[in-house]
Design a protein around this ligand. Structure first.
Ligand SMILES: [Zn+2]
Ligand SMILES: [Zn+2]
Length: 327
């Protein structure tokens, strides 16, 4: 699979009926390649149109071979007569499905299962008839997609909208296998009203960075200007008013809620952290996989019916098909 770098126009909001629950997805796509390919095409995982590289004009699609082709007659460069264009390209080229011999419906069902809290490796192998290594491979392909999505979380907040921010760390005990994970710092914020959130791990390949500059970078990236930010009294936040935010501080040493202004608290974001800590307390969680587990958690923590849609959009962004869709 190749990752494309070109800028693509994708309407992230438009959905075409993938917002269904787990069993409905199985019912609709099991053994149904036609419906699965349509689903993938509608979310730009597969191309909607392919240009002939020779003629720069749209190709035709041949369903039985999953292939785009061009059969235009054009002037021959060598002789006086006309020659027929013979351009062909696989429907899957450059996409998430490139070099895969797995029927598309199985990939849709695999993703559907992977986006569930109760991941079951044995069940996937048994139900889809896959080998263990195929399942492991596709798990890692899916992890790559969510990891790339992590950098594209949507901004929260807005003028006079309350956003609670918090940084925390996880301390893990020793494990029998792998490197013990001592400490992982996370930073995140939650929009109080809608509970929409962003979270970023302040760890990258073992390196942790919790400087004020890094926090400011993430605040500007993920919180809209004009928001009312509520945080603890760490010095790293002190410059927020200069960045276009209103800032309130809760002093945890004294109280958990400001006694004069009861809106000054960070209880929502703290609850979110507690959930995450609970979920990540699993044996064998190694620091090198932390990010993967963590990002999968983010997907699972959202409305379940939206997970597949957002995942497919993230796939299309990471592995763009050959041509951008026609506007
Ligand atoms: Zn959708
Ligand atoms: Zn052509």
């Amino acid at each position: 699979m190749a990752s494309g770098g070109e800028e693509r126009v994708v309407d992230f909001k438009a959905c075409f009926g993938c917002c269904k629950d787990y069993w409905q997805i199985i019912k609709d796509y099991h053994s149904n390649n036609e419906a699965s390919i349509e689903l993938l095409r509608k979310h730009w995982v597969l191309p909607r149109e392919v240009q002939c590289k020779e003629c720069n004009l749209p190709c035709k699609y041949r369903e039985d071979r999953h292939q785009w082709y061009c059969d235009r007659w054009k002037k021959s460069r060598k002789s006086k007569g006309k020659v027929q264009c013979k351009f062909t390209v696989s429907d899957y080229k450059g996409t998430f499905l490139d070099n895969s011999h797995i029927p598309p419906w199985q990939i849709v069902l695999f993703i559907n299962h992977w986006l569930r809290k109760q991941w079951d490796h044995e069940a996937v192998i048994e139900c889809l008839g896959w080998s263990s290594s195929t399942s492991v491979d596709w798990r890692s392909f899916c992890s790559e997609v969510t990891l790339s999505w992590l950098d594209n979380q949507q901004q929260i907040g807005g003028q006079d909208i309350i956003v609670e921010v918090y940084e925390t760390f996880f301390v893990h005990d020793k494990y029998e296998h792998g490197r013990p994970l001592r400490e992982v710092w996370l930073f995140g914020g939650i929009k109080r009203e809608s509970k929409r959130f962003f979270i970023v791990p302040l760890v990258d390949e073992g390196f942790q960075d919790r400087s004020a500059a890094t926090l400011t970078y993430y605040i500007k990236k993920y919180i809209k200007e004009g928001s009312v930010i509520i945080s603890d009294g760490w010095r790293g936040y002190m410059r927020l008013p200069l960045q276009g935010y209103t800032h309130h501080v809760i002093n945890y040493k004294d109280n958990y809620v400001d006694l004069v202004h009861s809106f000054i608290h960070t209880q929502n974001v703290e609850r979110l952290w507690r959930d995450i800590k609970e979920w990540t307390k699993r044996p064998g969680l190694r620091v090198e996989y932390f990010k993967q587990y963590f990002v999968r958690y983010l997907f699972l923590h959202r409305p379940p019916k939206e997970a597949l849609h957002d995942f497919l959009i993230a796939v299309a962004t990471l592995y763009p098909p050959q041509e951008p869709r026609v506007q």
